[in-house]
Design a protein around this ligand. Structure first.
Ligand SMILES: [Fe+2]
Length: 409
């Protein structure tokens, strides 16, 4: 691709789309040692009369990150009462959100403190909202209310470099009916977020890759929605460049905090980008995968289908896609005819990083395609995200993407 073509030249921005330029809503403390900010946060909570708190985590993360040494004195010195809820599970269900909400109501909790990744943050966000919607349960929140106007405050201590939930105003949960719907609204922004790269050092190796590639997907999708804009695209471009550069180093040197610093920074940028620019096909089609197979890891579900999605969207945005992917596939020239090449090369990159699972490896067979397609076409979340896709989404397109994703091309 010609180097003199600027990013703004290839964005094909919609000048009539009015968007909000704002810093990420939570006050976000980022950097090595940011965990110590819990002290200032505790002081500020007390000043706001928020002196009763539930820590929302799971035993593995709680132990591995050893954040207790910072949290406990901060809360105790500021006379904040606290209870530890450590039953968060990956892909949280309505039931687990309801369980935390009823604990919060029974204890009169005034604030929830999430310690973990996306599942912890989303469980806490849902419960924080449910406290303010006492007549409703998680099912009603996700299936009837959806736009959330009120929630008790949430503080996040992020321990991964992928979710974005700690800086955005969305949450997802697993429904009883096999869907992953979302709730949204400004009330779901955390009040404070701590992003300390040292807390990601104990992530298992597989999660280094899956969370970083989640951030990559957030960034690429947000820059290619119908609601893309120069601000979110700028964040995405930087985030993708950082993931491409540092994911290898993090993989080779899991104890080195420098790559984690940049991956966490990239993840924050990607999170802000999709908070503003929104998401489309890859996330819309990943949710049926993890809804039907709750053991499927979100980031891996995304990478299993991203190449086939890219094949479709590359034809709409060849120059923009080539620019965004230039740190990974520098030879792309930004022409429609290289969509299939881009698809193969990005899949190769995922495989080189160890993200080798395709739908077949995630437990889906050819005969499962109708089930996946039906879930995607009827899921409330997908219906919302399809509207932001840069192409017209129909059953046949969805089937083609799933079909192309069953095994390596
Ligand atoms: Fe994601």
């Amino acid at each position: 691709m010609k180097n003199n073509i600027g990013f703004e030249d290839v964005m094909k921005v919609n000048y009539n789309h009015v968007f909000t330029i704002q810093p990420a809503r939570p006050v976000t403390y980022f950097g090595v040692g940011a965990i110590k900010k819990i002290d200032d946060i505790a002081k500020s909570l007390v000043e706001k009369d928020l002196d009763n708190l539930i820590i929302v985590t799971d035993p593995t993360i709680w132990k591995a990150t050893n954040v207790e040494q910072f949290i406990k004195p901060a809360l105790e010195n500021n006379k904040i009462r606290y209870t530890i809820y450590d039953k968060v599970r990956p892909n949280p269900t309505y039931e687990s959100c309801d369980e935390l909400a009823s604990l919060a109501k029974n204890l009169g909790a005034k604030v929830l403190l999430s310690v973990g990744g996306g599942s912890h943050t989303d469980t806490a966000k849902t419960a924080a909202a449910l406290v303010k919607y006492p007549q409703s349960n998680a099912k009603q929140l996700y299936e009837e209310i959806i736009m959330i106007n009120d929630a008790i405050p949430l503080v996040c201590i992020n321990t991964t470099h992928g979710t974005g939930s700690e800086v955005d105003n969305f949450a997802v949960a697993q429904s009883d009916g096999g869907y992953k719907p979302l709730i949204a609204g400004p009330a779901l922004y955390p009040m404070y977020t701590i992003e300390d790269p040292t807390l990601t050092l104990t992530l298992p190796k597989k999660q280094i890759i899956s969370t970083s590639l989640d951030a990559f997907n957030h960034s690429f999708e947000a820059a290619t929605t119908k609601t893309r804009n120069p601000y979110s695209a700028m964040l995405s471009e930087t985030a993708i460049r950082l993931v491409a550069k540092w994911i290898y180093v993090a993989n080779l040197e899991p104890e080195n905090v420098i790559p984690r610093y940049w991956l966490m920074y990239a993840s924050i940028l990607g999170g802000i980008s999709f908070d503003i620019g929104l998401l489309h096909l890859t996330h819309a089609l990943e949710h049926p995968i993890s809804a039907l197979n709750p053991k499927a890891v979100h980031g891996i579900g995304l990478t299993s289908i991203f190449p086939a999605v890219l094949n479709v969207t590359y034809k709409v945005f060849p120059e923009l896609s080539a620019k965004l992917l230039s740190p990974i596939i520098p030879e792309l020239e930004g022409v429609v005819g290289e969509a299939e090449y881009a698809e193969k090369k990005i899949e190769q990159w995922f495989f080189d990083l160890g993200a080798t699972e395709k739908l077949g490896d995630l437990g889906f067979k050819n005969s499962d395609l109708p089930k996946l397609v039906e879930n995607a076409m009827t899921s409330p979340m997908s219906k919302i995200l399809f509207d932001y896709a840069p192409v017209e989404v129909n059953e046949s397109l969805v089937k083609t993407i799933f079909e192309r994703s069953l095994s390596r091309r």
